[in-house]
Write a protein that binds this ligand. Structure first.
Ligand code: URP
Ligand code: ZN
Ligand code: ZN
Length: 476
């Protein structure tokens, strides 16, 4: 089965060119001079007309949490619903986090995640490993996982008593990664400082969702980022700082990178567009002052007045923000976010965006904040390089998987719940309700199969396969 995507502009991280793309089975086999078929030299079983459109590598969302147990509940998207929503939005690979909490064995959790995802995904998927308890057994498992294609390990400086690792444990895990070639991913917030601020706020009667952000100030993020950078320097481990929202934390990452350290920053659409100001006083008929819980995530949304959003866009352009992922961690308002009525500390942390990342970042292209190539870079190509997928994923080149998106810059996407709007995640609200995007995901191919076209989602559960990752290809 061959497919020809013709007439479009192929956009890569380094440039854009008019070319037709020939797919044979699951693989891209050639980029052709436009109109080669007209010469009669090329025939294909299926032809997709991409005239006037961008042809880009399928999106890679390097940070998702499907059906993750968290805060006494579980993220509301299953691998089935979450990957289907991703497909709608032009994402063709996710890297999800296997969770090891205290008292659990890493390898048992890996087996559990394979069970949850296997046979259920619409798109390809890979795993990172959360190490919630650094001990001799989990350190040994880190070595084993490299050979199983799980080559990155997330540690937490936040959530004392749940996921937090002490500095000593972090050093041990970093030494292990420095030895086996793995990548350390770090949630950089000073958890014990935050816990004190949270307690004090609650005692003052400051219980609404807005105080989630106020009690997780940028200083707590910058301090932890600095500590992580220093411990990475000490041990020689590469460090990927997840979901960075504070401009001060990014300045520290940029400084480490300027000094030649293998340090990388990830941000998410919510930190680029949404702010604490919108959370302040948020209320609705349905949810009253719980409305602001829709945007409770950690790290938190930051103040627009402090200039974090503008700084994050700048750091995308300097390359210090290496990737833009979603940190997709959806919870419904009903029965889930609702758990935190009267106590913001009980609101499950997370925002769902897996469906909207490509569109939201394309809006940055439309608004002149980033180039077309940067869009592809941070959403597709660098995530592939960062997480050991490049060559097979993240690029339109002969030999790569035919994960391809045809994107219409003249199209339009209305995000939210309800008639004519785009929302396929298993959530009873959208954190992006009412957002209008100047662009549209027209067609999505996953390994050569069209899984989304103008009629909607046409993929199937079980099409997605587990992808064993190599070591990061993005290190100095
Ligand atoms: O609010 C968030 N980020 N929830 C998911 C867990 C994490 O720390 O990534
Ligand atoms: Zn985190
Ligand atoms: Zn996360």
């Amino acid at each position: 089965m061959t497919t020809l995507i013709k007439g479009g502009t192929v956009v890569s991280a380094t440039g854009s060119t008019a070319a037709d793309v020939l797919v044979d089975g699951e693989t891209i086999v050639a980029l052709l001079a436009p109109g080669s078929t007209a010469l009669g030299t090329i025939t294909a079983d299926t032809v997709i007309d991409a005239t006037g459109k961008y042809v880009i590598p399928g999106g890679i969302d390097g940070h998702t949490h499907m059906q993750m147990p968290f805060g006494g509940t579980e993220a509301s998207d299953t691998f089935e619903t979450g990957t289907r929503a991703a497909a709608w939005g032009g994402t063709t690979t996710i890297v999800d986090f296997v969770v090891q909490a205290h008292g659990q064995r890493v390898q048992d959790q890996v087996a559990l995640w394979h069970e949850k995802a296997g046979g259920n995904c619409a798109i390809d998927y890979a795993f990172h490993q959360i190490i919630g308890e650094v001990d001799a057994e989990s350190l040994k498992a880190m070595d084993e996982l490299i050979g199983e294609g799980i080559t990155s390990f997330k540690l937490f400086m936040a959530y004392p008593g749940v996921f937090l690792s002490s500095d000593g444990q972090i050093v041990q895990a970093m030494q292990t990664a420095a030895g086996n070639g793995g990548l350390i991913m770090m949630h950089c917030e000073n958890g014990s400082a935050i816990d004190v601020l949270v307690q004090q706020a609650l005692e003052r009667g400051e219980t609404g969702p807005y105080f989630h952000g106020v009690t997780r100030p940028w200083q707590a993020e910058q301090e932890a980022t600095h500590r992580a950078v220093m411990l990475a320097d000490l041990t020689g481990a590469p460090l990927y700082v997840v979901h960075v929202s504070a401009k001060q934390a990014l300045a520290r990452i940029a400084e480490a990178r300027d000094a030649g350290q293998n340090v990388f920053g990830e941000t998410c659409p919510q930190y680029l567009y949404l702010s604490l100001e919108e959370q302040l006083g948020a209320t609705s008929e349905q949810w009253g002052d719980l409305e602001g819980a829709k945007w409770v995530c950690s790290t938190p949304l930051r103040s627009r007045a402090e200039g974090h959003q503008d700084a994050l866009w700048k750091y995308i352009n300097t390359g210090d923000v290496t990737t833009v992922s979603t940190d997709h961690c959806p919870f419904c308002m009903k029965d889930q976010k609702e758990m935190g009525r009267g106590n913001f500390a009980k609101i499950p942390n997370g925002i769902g965006s897996v469906e909207h990342r490509m569109d939201l970042l394309y809006q940055g292209v439309h608004d002149g904040r980033i180039s077309l190539e940067k869009w592809v870079d941070v959403c597709c190509t660098t995530p592939a390089r960062m997480f050991g997928l490049y060559g097979r994923k993240g690029v339109i080149a002969p030999g790569a998987d035919a994960d391809i998106v045809v994107y219409d810059p003249k199209g339009h996407t209305s995000i939210g719940i309800g008639e004519g709007r785009t929302h396929h995640m298993n959530m009873d609200y959208s954190a992006w309700e009412g957002w209008e995007i100047d662009g549209h995901v027209d067609v999505v191919l996953s390994r050569g199969t069209v899984i989304k076209d103008e009629s909607g989602y046409v993929g199937r559960k079980g099409h997605g396969q587990f992808v064993k990752r190599g070591l990061s290809q993005n290190l100095i």
